[in-house]
Design a binder for this molecule. Structure first.
Ligand code: GAR
Length: 212
């Protein structure tokens, strides 16, 4: 679909959350959104093939080409501006962005995180490590969070959350899959749609969801 807010999805790996966005678009659930670009921090990310198959322009801004996260963030921000992007979605993007991009996109960067923030989040908590920590801690409930990105990792205003049970016999891989299926793949497209329809109002730490 074209028209609407121009969305860029930033990825580093498999891209199942990107796929959930593509599937939602194809099912007509992303009114007001134009999935305009996919940008990967790795040239071998499978997410790039998903973008190609869905007819979305893709770009690589390789982390390994930059000395620091700040240098990579500067290059990314330039690319996003060039592409006229309105909303940046971090969908399995495995690097901490520096404040330059937040200044350029205030309350217009959304991240999906595989736990119930403020538990199991912040520096070092990404991908499977999150689920390993959840299992080691003995909690019986985990989940996923979609939130706006601010200057601190995983600490911006929360848009949507969903709880998922931890079950006897779970491995990090099994739990990761359940959290994706039952939470992430539902929450992320919903949050993106709400943003594109101007239905999110941020008031300090609180995100209000406006009626349709
Ligand atoms: C997802 O579980 C996502 O929530 C997580 O990495 C996985 C990426 O999977 N992100 C983080 O941990 C960020 N802190 P995907 O590439 O298949 O979407």
């Amino acid at each position: 679909m074209s028209g609407g807010k121009r969305v860029a999805v930033l990825v580093s790996g498999g891209g199942t959350n990107l796929q959930a966005l593509i599937d939602a678009r194809d099912a007509g659930q992303l009114d007001g959104c134009d999935l305009a670009a996919v940008i990967s921090s790795r040239d071998d990310a499978y997410a790039l093939q998903r973008a190609d198959a869905a007819g979305i322009s893709s770009f690589v801004v390789p982390r390994k080409d930059f000395e620091t996260n700040r240098d990579m963030t500067a290059a990314l921000t330039e690319q996003l501006r060039y592409l006229n992007i309105d909303l940046v979605v971090l969908a399995g993007f495995m690097h901490i962005l520096t404040e330059e991009i937040i200044a350029a996109y205030p309350n217009a960067i959304i991240n999906v995180h595989p736990s119930l923030i403020p538990s199991f989040c912040g520096a070092g908590f990404y991908g499977l490590h999150v689920h390993e920590s959840v299992l080691a801690s003995g909690v019986k409930v985990t989940g996923a969070t979609v939130h706006f990105v601010n200057e601190q990792p995983d600490a911006g205003p929360i848009i949507l959350q969903k709880a998922v049970d931890v079950l006897e016999g779970d491995t990090p891989e099994i739990l990761q899959r359940r959290v994706m299926e039952q939470a992430e793949w539902q929450l992320l497209p919903r949050a993106v749609a709400l943003f594109c329809q101007d239905r999110l109002r941020v008031d300090g730490r609180i995100v209000h969801i406006l009626e349709d």
